[in-house]
Design a protein around this ligand. Structure first.
Ligand SMILES: CC(C)(COP(=O)(O)OP(=O)(O)OC[C@H]1O[C@@H](n2cnc3c(N)ncnc32)[C@H](O)[C@@H]1OP(=O)(O)O)[C@@H](O)C(=O)NCCC(=O)NCCS
Length: 156
């Protein structure tokens, strides 16, 4: 299967933080950010393989800065590496204060998506062709993270 460049899977997504999604302190719920991360990641994975995908796993997430209601949540996702039927996607999240014009890093995450058929069978995806030094580093590290993930995955 012909490889695809990382730049072909880049997905950018933004959403205004609204009161419906606030916790008692007036900040955006962490769960809402996780939802947006999953969406942005799935879009990148689908752009890479041009096939429906499911989320197989989400790695550890830290929330470094709070998002206040009225601020803009911005996400950027791209596929770091594809294996056989799965892809590691990196997602970075920022918050932008639209009035002050300031931006802060909120969180970063690695997710694994699997390309599936209508009946849920996994299907092969194209390999990733890393071009830049950063993409090459992420590609290498994705291999190490995959080993760790597969060793720790739970199976019923
Ligand atoms: C993800 C899923 C398709 C994997 O099915 P499976 O029967 O375990 O399939 P396989 O063992 O053949 O693995 C398929 C791929 O998934 C990867 N995978 C499976 N579980 C994984 C995990 N926990 N973390 C990372 N990768 C995982 C495997 O490494 C394999 O990748 P590869 O082909 O690139 O080597 C299946 O578990 C599923 O459908 N889960 C529910 C997904 C879902 O509904 N997500 C939404 C949240 S509820």
């Amino acid at each position: 299967m012909q490889g695809r460049y990382v730049r072909e899977s880049i997905s950018e997504y933004s959403e205004l933080a609204l009161p419906n999604d606030a916790n008692g302190r007036g900040n955006l719920l962490g769960g809402k950010i996780m939802h947006l991360v999953d969406l942005a990641g799935a879009i990148a994975a689908m752009k890479h393989c041009r096939n429906p995908v499911v989320t197989a796993s989400v790695d550890h997430m830290d929330f470094i800065s709070p998002v206040r209601i009225g601020q803009l949540v911005r996400l950027r996702a791209s596929v770091n590496r594809a294996f056989n039927t799965s892809m590691e996607v990196g997602v970075k999240v920022w918050v932008e204060d639209l009035i002050r014009g300031e931006e802060k890093h909120v969180s970063s995450a690695f997710l694994t998506f699997v390309a599936v058929t209508k009946d849920g069978r996994s299907v092969p995806v194209p390999p990733v062709v890393p071009e830049t030094d950063v993409e090459k580093r992420r590609f290498e590290q994705a291999g190490e993270r995959r080993e760790y993930r597969l060793q720790h995955r739970r199976r019923e």
